[in-house]
Design a protein around this ligand. Structure first.
Ligand SMILES: Nc1ncnc2c1ncn2[C@@H]1O[C@H](COP(=O)(O)OP(=O)(O)O)[C@@H](O)[C@H]1O
Ligand SMILES: [Mg+2]
Length: 366
């Protein structure tokens, strides 16, 4: 029998089984159901690379579509406003009913579609009025518009403009939702941006580690749906190596599946081989570049964290660095901003990527 590997160790791909996102997704389903006024309609998803932001955005877009909204997904970059307009027109054209309609005809929409929109700064008002026209049209057909923006950053001027205009849409009582996703540093900068201070009221959702139980469930479901089986012990090993990190789940799953070849069961041994392979892929694909991006100060901070061990606090890490807490706090913020470390509510913090600690320890000769 031919088996097809169900795991998707590729950024941006929605896996067949998401681990640990059902609660969040059902909240979005409720939000789209309820519509105007639901606080989740303006949300920022925050998390490290590989925690599943892009995949989650796609699933949220799916929820929107199932609840009477049009969904357009863009990446934050100059040109995104034009992109949003064009895609909204495209998507709404698909909803046009065949009967002749009062306000905007199919032909008019088709004409819109043929136009290449390039917006200068001065055309922002223009963009807004064009969007208003489309939104009126959608409202007439009882459709909301969900705008999903991936990889947000405050350094893109149009991102700031979009957020500012969104606030105006909301003020006018329009059924519009803005769901954004980005790395901690970028989302923090955006929320701190003075001209979009209302974003501080947007819901921020931190996508931290997924629980082992959820990883186990999604892992098993992926394996079984694709026609193989896996025993408890083998599954436990995989889950431990995954450490709650979605990208690692796909890597370990993919490699274990490949090791099992045409056997119908993924054994302990297959998982062990899979973990070994996944670790080396993860090193090359993620950890090496993470390390290269670290400044000397970042490295000194990380090294001190390893020396402190469990329950790092700023005071302990600063002491291990032989520096003042003020100095150390700069580096703590930098590492938090890149999702390399994560903080618990009690103020202690630790490494947030699987294998990062042992990788760095090796690099530092500890
Ligand atoms: N909830 C999840 N459970 C399991 N795997 C996931 C989940 N979300 C994403 N993935 C997988 O993890 C990897 C990274 O996902 P992606 O959405 O690209 O992350 P990000 O955008 O945060 O960098 C992809 O291989 C994707 O298939
Ligand atoms: Mg992404």
């Amino acid at each position: 029998m031919e088996y097809r590997n169900p795991f998707t160790p590729t950024f941006g791909i929605v896996p067949p089984h998401l681990a640990g996102r059902s609660e969040l997704l059902s909240q979005f389903a409720d939000a789209f159901d309820q519509g105007i006024g639901n606080p989740n309609l303006a949300t920022i998803l925050v998390g490290a690379r590989g925690c599943g932001k892009t995949a989650l955005l796609s699933c949220i877009a799916q929820e929107a579509l199932q609840h009477g909204w049009i969904a357009v997904k863009v990446v934050a970059a100059e040109g995104m406003l034009a992109d949003i307009l064009e895609r909204t027109l495209e998507a709404s054209a698909e909803f046009l009913d065949p009967k002749p309609r009062k306000r905007l005809s199919g032909i008019e929409v088709a004409q819109f579609l043929g136009i290449e929109w390039t917006l200068e700064a001065s055309e922002q008002e223009n963009w807004r009025s064009r969007m208003n026209a489309v939104l009126d049209d959608l409202a007439e057909r009882d459709l909301g518009l969900a705008i999903l923006v991936d990889e947000v950053t405050a350094s893109v001027e149009e991102m700031v403009k979009l957020a500012a205009t969104y606030q105006l849409f909301i003020g006018e009582g329009r059924r519009v939702s803005l769901i954004m996703a980005g790395l901690p540093k970028h989302t923090m900068d955006l929320v701190d941006n003075e001209s979009v201070s209302f974003l501080r009221r947007a819901r921020q959702r931190f996508l931290g580690a997924v629980s082992d139980a959820e990883v186990a469930r999604a892992f098993r479901a992926s394996v079984e749906d694709a026609g193989k089986s896996i025993g408890e012990a083998a599954l436990g090993k995989a889950v431990e190596a995954i450490g709650g990190y979605p990208y690692m789940m796909q890597l370990v799953g993919y490699c274990a599946w490949e090791s099992s070849r045409d056997s119908s069961e993924i054994s302990d041994e297959h998982v062990e081989q899979g973990i070994f392979q996944a670790a080396s892929d993860f090193r090359v694909g993620v950890l090496d570049s993470t390390y290269r991006d670290m400044s000397d100060g970042d490295r000194a901070f990380a090294k001190a964290m390893i020396q402190v061990g469990r329950d790092c606090t700023l005071a302990k890490v600063a002491q291990a660095m032989g520096k003042r807490t003020n100095y150390a706090s700069t580096y703590k913020a930098r590492l938090l901003g890149r999702g390399m470390i994560a903080e618990l509510p009690d103020g202690t913090f630790g490494f947030a990527l699987p294998m990062l600690e042992s990788y760095l320890a090796e690099r530092f000769g500890l």
